[in-house]
Design a protein around this ligand. Structure first.
Ligand code: GTP
Ligand code: SPV
Ligand code: MN
Length: 611
């Protein structure tokens, strides 16, 4: 970590080989008026200095190093706990390019607003310059960015989540494209009168803006320090900006996990799967198969960048370096691999603190400790009315600590994708698994996904909403153009396009209980999918896709009744008639004339077969 310039030191060049980077940093310092500028190098020393500083000022609590070495707890402000979708903006030149699902602002109007908000927004604070790479350093599919932030919590989180620091900066040559990402928590320590105020543990601003300029490939985020609002390499760059790059350049930027599966016969397969936020990507990415002989290894748990490779097949990389995973429900029975991953060198945000200086959250262990300090810093006992950890509390940790990480998880060329999965939280209607008839039907499955909302975003939880491709909050352009782009990728891939499947772990019975045991038992669904890839199992052709024959589905050693299995492996015609109406209404909402013809044809086929 090096303190190289202060805004008052005019004429001092920054350390980048790219003059635009240096100029941009200087201009932003003039606008935001920090006390000093620090160019981050990504070193252990930098991590130690920043974490010590944050412990001293109360932003971090050092966990008991006997239990959790080099690990920290952060408690956010209760008003800054998740992504803010209604404050997320796509500022394309034309409103139509943002499409029917995004909040749009004209770039001109937004720049004016942002100029006002950012003016002096870092007074009294340090401006950190965080160069980073999404994807392995120098990889052919990787992209570079530079984030400016006044949050040291964001700096250390970016160290875990991206390839951050000197090596990334070195890669940005005079002509190298890089994405500028500006972030301020919007809480200056010096006011307009020049009076200095005490800092708080989690500075933020009630007014939040998560703004994207797709044409100029820029990100401006104001007012939040939490997750995807603030770690700008993740949703803002790797999904919203990258989806626009991908549209223009013929590839895909997706909200998908990537896994490597080895069958008992030793054959290797790679799968990519899109599930909405807090719907089981991390769990599937770290799956511990319950069926003997199968192995699942982790490549990514949240984002996949995929493009046709030299052999014409789809290849994927995980552009991230770490996991920002949902804590509640991640436990020694549901996801022991994640629990092992966070043994140390981790940041926990909004979880509960144990009396012995370790952490806890709902579902980590079957029995809660007798006493805790909850995520808001209050005493908590099992009798308390509120959860000890916030429902969107998270762990942040590098992927290389994951015991199930695949040896080639950071291969710069990526892995060949053998199948694509789409899934959501659907208490009814959608079967446990079905295979699309072809690519167009697969795109229809993705485009018509719906899921119950979760705590990953501000707003009501448990409300069923359409979330096409799990990209509703993350597509940086018109979602109907995005559907068309998926269809075009299918044209490019031709016969090499991977088969597409729909999965749903979340069917409920009349009493509201999950019918399918899920978690490690999901390996049985993976087994069926792999057998389909090998062509070694027959299917039942239905209007919604190719379903398993119940007798082929491996339930050996599983405690599930025949009727329950039958229920989740069949098509309820009444429910699917309603579903077709629902899809029709959604397509109309998106603009019936904007929906690509192959998708309206799929809907007609579905309707016709329900008569
Ligand atoms: P983001 O990081 O927000 O994009 O989400 P994610 O998709 O990675 O979410 P994650 O895997 O962390 O999902 C967490 C939630 O899904 C927890 O509440 C889990 O208990 C639940 N979950 C995951 N897999 C299953 C499953 O097979 N069955 C059931 N019933 N719940 C599951
Ligand atoms: C999600 O909400 O899908 C996440 C968490 O992965 S965040 O990084 O906050 O977007
Ligand atoms: Mn996500």
């Amino acid at each position: 970590m090096s303190i190289l310039t202060t805004p008052t030191m005019t004429g001092v060049d920054g350390p980048s080989r790219n003059a635009d980077v240096n100029d941009w940093v200087r201009d932003l310092a003039r606008l935001t008026k920090p006390d000093q500028i620090v160019w981050c190098d990504g070193s252990t020393r930098e991590w130690d200095d920043l974490t010590k500083m944050m412990v001293a000022q109360g932003t971090l609590i050092r966990l008991n190093p006997e239990w959790r070495p080099n690990s920290f707890l952060a408690r956010s402000d209760p008003a800054d706990v998740a992504r803010v979708e209604d404050r997320t903006f796509i500022c394309s030149e034309r409103q139509a390019d943002a499409g029917p699902t995004n909040n749009w602002r004209s770039p001109f109007a937004m720049r004016e607003e942002l100029d006002t908000l950012f003016a002096g927004s870092m007074r009294g604070r340090t401006m950190y310059v965080v160069p980073f790479s999404m994807g392995p350093l120098g990889g052919p599919i990787s992209q570079l960015g530079v984030q400016i932030t006044d949050s040291p919590y964001v700096v250390v989180s970016m160290q875990l989540m991206t390839r951050m620091g000197e090596a990334a900066l070195d890669l940005i040559g005079p002509e190298t494209p890089w994405v500028p990402a500006v972030h301020s928590v919007g809480a200056p320590l010096v006011d307009d009168a020049g009076v200095r105020h005490e800092d708080v543990a989690w500075p933020h601003n009630p007014v939040k803006y998560i703004s994207h300029f797709p044409e100029t490939r820029e990100i401006w985020s104001f007012g939040s320090g939490y997750g995807g609002n603030a770690l700008l390499g993740k949703k803002c760059f790797a999904l919203r900006i990258a989806s626009v790059m991908a549209r223009d350049e013929g590839w895909l930027a997706e909200h998908m996990l990537i896994i490597k599966i080895t069958s008992p016969a030793g054959k290797v397969y790679h799968l990519a799967a899109a599930f909405p936020s807090a719907c089981g990507k991390t769990n599937l990415a770290m799956l511990n198969p319950s069926i003997p002989g199968w192995k699942v290894e982790t490549i990514g748990d949240d984002i996949a960048w995929m493009r046709p490779g030299p052999d014409g097949r789809l290849r994927a990389i995980n552009p991230e370096r770490g996991f920002f995973g949902v804590a509640p429900g991640t436990g020694i029975t549901t996801n022991p691999t994640a629990v092992d991953t966070v043994w140390g060198n981790s940041i926990f945000t909004n979880v509960a603190l144990r009396d012995d200086g370790d952490i806890w959250w709902e579902g980590l262990t079957p029995t809660p400790p007798a006493h805790l300090i909850d995520w808001q810093g209050e005493d908590w006992t099992p009798e308390s009315a509120t959860p000890a950890a916030h429902p969107n509390s998270r762990f942040t940790v590098t992927a290389d600590q994951c015991p199930s990480i695949a040896s080639d998880w950071d291969s710069p060329e990526g892995v060949v994708i053998d199948a694509i999965l789409f899934g959501g939280r659907r208490p009814s209607t959608v079967p446990l698994v079905s295979q699309a008839r072809d690519w167009a039907h697969g795109v229809f499955m993705g485009a018509t996904m719906a899921s119950e909302t979760t705590a990953a975003a501000e707003g009501a939880v448990g409300r069923l909403r359409h979330d096409p491709f799990a990209m509703l909050p993350f597509c940086g352009y018109d979602i109907t153009d995005y559907f068309a782009h998926w269809l075009e990728i299918g044209e490019t891939l031709g016969a090499d396009a991977p088969p597409v499947f729909s999965v749903n772990w979340f069917r409920k019975d009349a009493d509201g209980r999950f019918i399918w045991p899920g978690f490690s038992e999901n390996s049985r669904v993976l087994e069926w999918i792999v057998r389909r890839l090998d062509g070694s199992v027959e299917v039942v052709d239905t209007p919604v896709g190719k379903l398993p024959r119940v007798r082929d589905f491996n339930v050996e050693g599983l405690d599930i009744g025949y009727e329950d299995l039958q229920a989740i492996l069949s098509v309820d015609r009444a429910a699917w008639t309603r579903e077709a109406d629902e899809i029709d209404a959604y397509f109309t909402e998106l603009g019936a004339d904007r929906i690509p013809e192959p998708l309206t044809r799929e809907l007609r086929t579905l309707r016709a077969s329900m008569r």
